[in-house]
Design a protein around this ligand. Structure first.
Ligand SMILES: Nc1ncnc2c1ncn2[C@@H]1O[C@H](COP(=O)(O)OP(=O)(O)O)[C@@H](O)[C@H]1O
Ligand SMILES: [Mg+2]
Length: 270
């Protein structure tokens, strides 16, 4: 279970470049639940994930994961509890090493095991089985360099590495955004499969309303660093893309009203 309580983060505070990226965000993901984060460009989605992963310290607020208050934990300590997949297929894997070698490295990073992992017959069999479950035909290519694979295949392998040791939390930051639609669909299918098979507590950022409707059991929409609305339970199940589009449109209209009101005030008082 993840609990984020009233977290705030301002970048470059007190300068002309000040950005109030998170303005009091709270959310809870119960054990095994799957939350989708939606929001426009620059609304604070990645900053929220980075706050949970510990990329920076918060200005305010509290984060609890798996019964621990991790608010002050450094990033590397949280990494033992958290699996992450980013947007870029080139992050997280070593291109010149084979699939098997990359997994050996990932296992070593996670657990301090030796590279002997690579030689273990039993673990090679397990790797082949789990790679087969991705249904991308990669199980017969474990000796191939990761760099020779497509972006979608690399992302699927990164996902498998991130979830190998069943993390307390899986963070996905637009992990399909750099892929063509067909590869994105395959990766989404693999994601849904892995998350449900291992009952992973998951936080996924996406810009795709279709993905938000099809996946997960709850949605949080963020806007300007704050939660704009939430859907869960039967509301989430009933939700369709046009409903989400209407919400976005409503937010945009309200923002334009805010801006014109601000402009008006400026004209009146300056
Ligand atoms: N490390 C940083 N330093 C300064 N500004 C940042 C930093 N990270 C994010 N921001 C700013 O915070 C806002 C939210 O960014 P981000 O969370 O990346 O948005 P998105 O919802 O597109 O993922 C943006 O205005 C962005 O420029
Ligand atoms: Mg982002």
């Amino acid at each position: 279970m993840l609990t984020v309580s009233n977290i705030c983060k301002t970048f470059n505070a007190g300068t002309v470049n000040e950005v109030r990226a998170l303005r009091g965000v709270s959310l809870t993901i119960p054990e095994g639940a799957f939350l989708i984060i939606l929001g426009g460009n620059g609304s604070g989605k990645s900053t929220l994930l980075n706050a949970v992963a510990g990329t920076f310290q918060l200005d305010q607020g509290k984060i609890e994961l798996a019964g621990e208050n991790i608010t002050r934990w450094p990033e590397h300590r949280r990494a033992r509890l958290i699996g992450r997949v980013f947007q870029n297929p080139f992050t997280g894997t070593a291109p010149n090493m084979s699939i098997a070698e990359n997994f050996a490295l990932a296992a070593r990073r996670g657990q301090g095991r030796g590279l002997g992992w690579a030689l273990s017959r039993r673990l090679m069999d397990e790797l082949r089985d789990r790679v087969r479950e991705l249904r991308m035909g990669l199980e017969d290519r474990l000796g191939n360099a990761i760099g020779s694979l497509s972006g979608g295949q690399r992302q699927a392998l990164t996902l498998l590495m991130a979830t190998w040791l069943k993390p307390a939390l899986l963070l996905l930051d637009e992990h399909t955004a750099a892929l063509d639609p067909k590869s994105a669909d395959l990766l989404i299918r693999a994601t849904a499969d892995i998350v449900s098979r291992h009952k992973l507590t998951t936080l996924m950022v996406t810009h795709s309303m279709q993905q938000a409707v099809n996946l997960g059991d709850r949605i949080v929409m963020v806007h300007r660093g704050a939660v704009a609305c939430r859907f869960e339970g039967a509301d989430k199940q009933r939700l369709r893309v046009p409903d989400l589009l209407a919400r976005f449109e409503e937010m945009r209209r309200r923002e334009m009203l805010d801006e014109s009101a601000a402009a008006l005030l400026e004209k009146t008082y300056v």
